[in-house]
Every structure is written in structure tokens, then in C-alpha cells.
Design a protein around this ligand. Structure first.
Ligand code: SF4
Length: 464
């Protein structure tokens, strides 16, 4: 991804089909979430409980990780530890090579995307089969996910139909969404049964039993993890919860916030490999516990971000995401939560535009099921960028000038009057359509013409 964030955002803003696709999906998601929340009077109390569960685990991470590892091993799982994305991929590829895997099915996992597992599989010569319907669309398009819950949000159903007609075997006329889903099911079914390895993520890791919980609406996680000989789980260490009861408390929040449903269609607890007498299940069960910067978050003022359930509600309600879509963000995670995570994962110098591209209106925090103070965390990145001297010189100059004027009231009033006069020179019928030095703003929206008198002058006048 070479273009800068402003260039990617500008390209997205000019794409009307993309805007249609974003509006359809996020509008639907917001309406369903609002209805689900309205129908659950205890929602606020559940949010507080969810926040407290996550904070408790984060404060005792070492204890619960040890407990999870012990219980997972007792159930027959092999537990691996990966400090970095590369280490996690290397462990997964080693397992695939050891068992002679030619193909691997994958259930949707943002952690898998974060560590680059899809590319690692292809580079290792292993056929990668994305089994989530939207991920299947993304894979066929040679694309990247643009939303953490709806990875193909950037595609309209018309675009998907055209692609299925071109790339599926015997797709039929595809004259309805049901027909399109059936065609994808036919393509994927034989891949499920032929795969050597199934790879999933985890929604929750249960410390008291060593079980891994996955939730889907399509049942693809079950088909990914049951027929193959080997099941590999890649999971971030923040997915831990003490017990099933805690997982259920968080699941109720996650599902309502993500899709507006009360529960996912499939909620599965994977607990070790197939046992003697079991009809099916994997012979080997591996869990790769991934850090990849999570421990650093504890010490860099980002611990609250470890509460994230990856529900996507903050994306659906973000006024920036809804204009530019996920690809413009450039990293694995888009939207407000992505603007907090990406500087940590990819470096602040390269990604400082993301925390700055936020209006700080706070809607993301209002809808977050675990009350993550996203604007506060974004402001933290801005402050750090400022301390490290990263913002452009023009901004440093502008803020320096403002600071000087603000400390000299007479000069400030004089400068304000000149600025008003200058700005009004660009106004036509109450609006400024183009302004030198502010074209980044006026290219997409008009600026209201300023009043004749400054705020301070008006106050003075009113006070007599
Ligand atoms: S930050 Fe909150 S709203 Fe956003 S994905 Fe995470 S849990 Fe959901």
C-alpha cells in the first residue's frame, strides 16, 4: 500500500459505488443495533459488567494465561507462544509442513489478517481457502477486508454477482442473494472436505477449561475445524476470559453490537482433539497464543484497547469510516479502533494521519460495548506524535502562531478582524467554495462564510 492516507481517502471519496455499499451495510447495522439495545433494558449494566470482566483479566493476564495453558494441555491441545506476527506464522506453517498439508481452510479471523497468515500460507505453497462468505468474496477479488465484521462491505451485491458469474463453476443465473449464497456453498463444500488443515481464530479463550470459543453465523468455523486432520487456532492473548459465564456475558454484548441479533447462529467450544470414540474432530489441536504488541499496550497507555471484542460498532457509527471505507486506513484494522491499533502495529511515524483523521465526536465510545475511551486514546497518539516532532512543519508553524497570538490579546483581536475580512472576500452567497491553503476541506464541502464581527466583538457588544 504505497499511497498516503489522504490520497487513499481522496480516492474513496470520489467513488460513488463505494459510498452506496458503505451506506447500505453500516446503515443496516446501526438500525439493527439500535433496535437490539432498545429491547434490552439492562444494556448499560451489561456494558459495565463487560468492561469490568475485561479489565479484571487484563490486570491478571499472567495468571489467566498460565491457567488457560495448563487446562488446554490437559485437554490434549498443544499450546504455542508467539511474540511477533512472524513467529506466529512460522509456527502455523511448520505445523502445516510437518503434516504434509496441501490445502488449508480458514475461518474469518482478524488476528490471522493482522499477522499476515493468508500471505504466509500462499508463500509456503499451501492452497488457502477462505470459508466465510464475505472472505470468499474478498479472496476471489484478490482484495483485502474493509470491515472487521463484514470484510466485503466495499462490494455491492451487483458487483459480487458479476464476480461469481465470472469465477464460480456452473453458477447458474444468480438472480437472487439466495442463489449467490448457494453457488458459494457449492464451491466451498468440496474444499471443506478436502482440506488437510483448518485454521480458525478465537472469540474467547476460557481459562478454567482450556476451551476455545468461536462464533459465526454461517457455520463455516465448524466446517473448517472439524473435517481436517489438524485444527490450528491463532488467538491474541487478550481473548482470555476466566470462565464460560464470563464468555456468555461478553457474547451477549458482542452479538448485539455487531449484528443486532441476540445470539450468533453458531457458538462452538473447541476443547482438545478428537477423543477415542468421537465420530469426528481433528487428530491434532494446536493453539498459537499471539502477543504481537499486546504486552506493550499495557505499558504504553493503551491497556483499555485490550478490552476490544472486535464487534465493529465503532466503525459503523464513525463519520470518517462511513465516508472512506476500511481500505483507506491502510492497516488491518480500520475505523476508530484501527486508528488506535495501527500506529502500535505499523509505527506512529508512518500512520500518524490516522489518529488525526478523527472529529473526536465520541460516538464510537458511546456505542462501544466495553466502553473503550477511543477519543482519549486517539488524543494520546496525537500528543505523542507532537512530542516526537512528527506533524508537518506547516501545522507546527500554524499552532506556534496561534499560541503566540493567543498570548497577546490585542494582536489576537487584530488578527481575527483581518482574518474575517480576508475570508469574507472568498464568500459567495454565504458560502466559501474554494479557499487557498484549505483546499483539503473545500474540495469536498463548502465552508460557511464567517460573520461580520468576531465572537469576542459580539460578546462585548452584548455586554454593553
Ligand atoms: S473498540 Fe469497541 S466498538 Fe470498536 S470494535 Fe472494539 S469493542 Fe467494538
Amino acid at each position: 500500500m504505497n499511497a498516503s492516507f489522504p490520497a487513499r481517502a481522496a480516492q474513496a471519496l470520489g467513488d460513488r459505488t463505494l459510498k452506496l455499499a458503505i451506506d447500505r451495510t453500516t446503515g443496516n447495522a446501526r438500525a439493527k443495533r439500535a433496535a437490539a439495545v432498545a429491547a434490552w433494558p439492562q444494556f448499560e449494566a451489561a456494558r459495565e459488567l463487560g468492561r469490568d470482566i475485561k479489565d479484571h483479566v487484563i490486570a491478571h493476564l499472567g495468571y489467566y494465561l498460565t491457567q488457560f495453558e495448563r487446562n488446554a494441555r490437559a485437554s490434549g491441545a498443544e499450546v504455542h507462544w508467539a511474540r511477533t506476527a512472524d513467529e506466529a506464522c512460522a509456527i502455523a506453517i511448520d505445523i502445516c509442513r510437518r503434516v504434509g498439508a496441501k490445502s488449508a481452510t480458514r475461518a474469518k479471523s482478524m488476528l490471522g489478517e493482522e499477522i499476515g497468515l493468508p500471505h504466509a500460507l500462499v508463500a509456503a505453497g499451501i492452497e488457502r481457502v477462505e470459508t466465510d462468505l464475505a472472505e470468499h468474496v474478498v479472496q476471489l477479488a484478490g482484495d483485502r477486508p474493509s470491515h472487521i465484521v463484514w470484510p466485503a462491505l466495499h462490494k455491492t451485491r451487483e458487483q459480487v454477482r458479476e464476480m461469481f458469474l465470472r469465477l464460480h463453476d456452473n453458477p447458474g443465473p444468480l438472480d437472487s442473494v439466495e442463489a449467490m449464497v448457494a453457488s458459494a456453498r457449492r464451491q466451498l463444500r468440496r474444499k471443506f472436505l478436502a482440506a488437510d488443515v483448518g485454521i480458525s481464530g478465537a472469540n474467547f479463550l476460557l481459562a478454567d477449561s482450556g476451551a476455545v470459543c468461536t462464533v459465526t453465523n454461517e457455520g463455516n468455523a465448524e466446517l473448517t475445524t472439524t473435517p481436517p486432520r489438524v485444527h490450528i487456532v491463532t488467538a491474541g492473548i487478550e481473548k482470555l476470559v476466566p470462565s464460560m459465564a464470563h464468555a456468555m456475558a461478553l457474547l451477549r454484548l458482542l452479538v448485539r453490537s455487531a449484528t443486532g441479533a441476540e445470539l450468533t447462529q453458531y457458538t462452538t467450544f473447541h476443547c482438545g482433539p478428537k477423543r477415542a470414540g468421537d465420530a469426528d474432530g481433528p487428530e491434532e489441536f494446536h493453539i498459537i497464543l499471539v502477543d504481537n504488541g499486546r504486552s506493550r499496550m499495557l505499558h504504553e497507555g493503551l491497556a483499555e484497547m485490550l478490552r476490544c471484542l472486535r464487534c465493529g460498532a465503532c466503525l459503523n457509527h464513525c463519520v470518517v469510516y462511513r465516508q472512506i471505507d476500511g481500505h483507506a486506513y491502510g492497516g488491518t484494522y480500520p475505523g476508530p479502533m484501527g486508528a488506535v491499533l495501527t500506529p502500535l502495529l505499523d509505527g506512529l511515524k508512518e500512520t500518524q494521519d490516522l489518529p488525526r483523521a478523527c472529529t473526536l465526536n465520541g460516538q464510537c465510545t458511546d456505542v462501544c460495548p466495553v466502553k473503550i475511551p477511543l477519543p482519549k486514546l486517539l488524543r494520546g497518539w496525537r500528543e505523542r506524535a507532537w512530542r516526537e516532532g512528527l506533524p508537518p512543519r506547516s501545522e507546527v508553524f500554524g499552532v506556534g502562531l496561534w499560541r503566540f497570538l493567543a498570548a497577546h490579546p490585542a494582536l489576537f483581536r487584530l488578527a481575527t478582524r483581518f482574518a474575517l475580512l480576508g475570508l469574507r472576500g472568498f464568500a459567495r452567497e454565504g458560502w466559501i467554495h474554494s479557499l487557498p491553503g484549505a483546499r483539503g476541506w473545500t474540495a469536498y464541502r463548502d465552508l460557511a462564510a464567517p460573520p461580520r464581527r468576531s465572537f469576542l466583538d459580539q460578546i462585548k457588544e452584548r455586554q454593553g
